[in-house]
Write a protein that binds this ligand. Structure first.
Ligand SMILES: NC(=O)c1ccc[n+]([C@@H]2O[C@H](COP(=O)([O-])OP(=O)(O)OC[C@H]3O[C@@H](n4cnc5c(N)ncnc54)[C@H](OP(=O)(O)O)[C@@H]3O)[C@@H](O)[C@H]2O)c1
Length: 316
């Protein structure tokens, strides 16, 4: 059996369960590619999602431990399974691994060929790995779920974070008027991403600055979310990424409340790569850690203050 270096958890839990060790190297099945991972990224709360630990999105069914976390990556195709007509061996790709299977905190990952696209040519693997999950989430929130149109008003709750930094850039690039909330240290950073108005969430009330928004994209949840309904116009939409929004509140404000889980999508990954290569979308990296320190990457997500994504560098 071929092996590889990987980060795995043998029991359900938090970062403390992650160990850097030798693991079986996966084989690509029919319709799948095997990718030699160059870099991967980690996402807040990933280790609490049911899909991380079982074969079902809702977390039902038997545990599939040991598991490999981290579902977005950039790398090079090392082998293809039966029936794959692209990408080919040697092609640089980036993608999102379905959440119910092993992720990319490893030297190799196998996944459906339809879940990868050609990596943006103008950035390296570390930067490309900061895109698939987070930028796809931003894309699907704005384009697929909010049907954002040029000229509309968008409020991004959490505009400096892993996902929010792409929501701000994409919304501005799509011609929206963007307001965002962020911490005091991040105000200029978020303005630089394309927000016309940035509100310090700790010292100011967004309700005093935003009204009649067409779209709120909420990356924060809790009280921030429940306060957000009041700034939407009637018929507006609140897209929540931390969890399902309160449908009674949505009805009370004559608004739509949407939650979704980001899905692999080759066409959207292509659009994102085009925007990166065209200079309209910039990957945002908080820090880069070696594969052996993946556990520290997840710890940073729980404790530290960040701008953008925490990336795991796997191979040169
Ligand atoms: N449903 C899905 O498919 C999906 C996909 C991706 C992510 N998610 C979820 O979406 C959420 C955000 O993910 P992420 O990667 O963007 O997280 P992140 O990198 O931690 O970003 C969150 C941002 O929110 C800011 N923030 C904290 N409290 C705030 C407040 N009261 N008002 C405004 N901003 C505030 C943080 O700023 P500070 O640094 O100042 O604390 C940080 O910049 C997580 O819950 C994640 O699990 C869901």
């Amino acid at each position: 059996m071929d092996t590889m270096r990987a980060v795995r958890a043998h029991r359900r839990g938090g970062p403390e369960q992650l160990v850097y060790e030798e693991a079986p190297r996966p084989e690509p099945g029919a319709g799948e590619v095997l990718v030699a991972v160059k870099a991967a990224s980690v996402t807040p709360h990933e280790l609490t999602w049911g899909a991380t630990w079982t074969h079902n999105m809702d977390g039902s069914g038997p545990e599939r431990t040991p598991i490999i976390p981290s579902h977005e990556f950039s790398g090079v195709v090392a082998a293809t399974g039966e029936g794959v007509d692209g990408p080919g061996v040697g092609e640089a790709v980036y993608g999102l691994v379905p959440f119910t299977r092993d992720g990319a905190a490893a030297e190799y990952v196998a996944l459906p060929a339809t879940a990868v696209a050609t990596k943006p040519a103008t950035v390296d693997h570390d930067h490309a790995a900061a895109l698939p999950l987070a930028a796809l989430t931003a894309w699907q929130a704005l384009v697929d779920h909010a049907d954002l149109q040029a000229g509309q008003r968008v409020l991004v709750q959490g505009g400096a974070g892993g996902v929010g930094s792409y929501v701000v850039q994409l919304a501005a690039g799509l011609g929206a008027q963007v307001s965002a909330t962020a911490g005091a240290d991040d105000l200029d950073f978020v303005r630089g991403l394309g927000a016309e108005q940035v509100i310090d969430y700790a010292h100011d009330r967004f309700e005093d600055h935003v009204r009649d928004a067409d779209v709120v994209v909420d990356l924060v949840g809790g009280a921030t979310q429940s306060r957000s309904w009041s700034v939407l116009r009637p018929g507006g939409v609140l897209v929540s990424l931390p969890g399902p929004p309160d449908q009674q509140e949505a009805a009370r404000h004559d608004a739509r409340g949407v939650f979704f889980v980001v899905e692999p999508d080759r066409n959207a990954l292509r659009s994102i790569a085009e925007r990166v290569d065209g200079g309209q979308l910039t990957p945002v990296l908080d820090r880069v850690l070696p594969l052996a320190e993946t556990r520290a990457g997840y710890e940073v997500l729980e404790t530290g203050k960040r701008r953008g994504k925490v990336v795991i560098h796997v191979a040169d």
